[in-house]
Design a protein around this ligand. Sequence first.
Ligand SMILES: *Cc1c(COP(=O)(O)O)cnc(C)c1O
Length: 230
Amino acid sequence: MNLVEQLRERRRAIEAEVATLAPVRPPRIVCVTKTHPVETVRAAVEAGNRELGENYASELAEKAAALRDLDVRWHFIGHLQRRQIKQVSGAASVVETLSRVVEAERLAALGFDGEVFVQVAPPDAPATRSGVPREGAPELVAAARSLGLRVVGVMGVALPGEEAPVRTFFRSLVALADELELPERSFGMSADWRWATTEGATILRLGTALLGPRPGSRANLSASEGVEVP
Ligand SMILES: *Cc1c(COP(=O)(O)O)cnc(C)c1O
C-alpha cells in the first residue's frame, strides 16, 4: 500500500467506527498535521482529509501557503500568541482556541471573519494550560460576540487519564454548549475519540490515529505552553 492508500484506509476505519458509535450525528474529523512535512499533509488531503489542524502559527502559515492549490479548511488549535495572531488570522478558517478577551480583541481588530470556538480548560488543569475556566466561558463568548466574532462552539482538551473523568469533562462541554446555544463541540483526540464520539462531540481532532506517530518535535514546541504535544 502506498502512503495515500494507507492514510485513506486509516480514515475509513475510524469513520466506520464513528458511524457505528454515533449513527444519528457522527462527528466530523479534523486531521491534525502538526510537525508532519508538507508532502505528508498533501497525501493526507488526497486520502480524503479536507479539514486540517495546526498548533503553531508559523507552521500553519507555511503549510497553508505551500498547499494553497488544495481545497482545505485550516483549523488553528494552538495557543494564540500575541506576535503570531496575525499569521493565524490570515491562514485559518477556524480558530478553536480563544481563551481570553484580549485575544478576541486582536482577532477582531485583524478583521478575522472565520469561525471561533472558545477553549474551555478541564477542571484541575495546571495554570499553564490554555483555556478559559468553565465559569468564565459565558462572559468570554458574550465579549467575543460583541466584538463581531462568529462564535460557533466550545473546544476542550481532556487531561489524559481514566475514562470516567474524561467523560465527565466532555459532558460538561456539551452542557455548556447547550446552555450557550452553540452548535459545535470540539473534543476527542487519538486517545479518547471513542468516548468523545459517544458523549456528543461534533468535531474530533485526530493526529496520531490518522497519520501515525509525529516526526521529531520542532524546536519551537516549548514556546507553545499549554498545548498538548506528546
Ligand atoms: C496534537 C493535538 C491533537 C491531536 O493529537 P493526537 O493525540 O495525535 O490525536 C488534537 N488537539 C490538539 C489541541 C492538539 O494539540
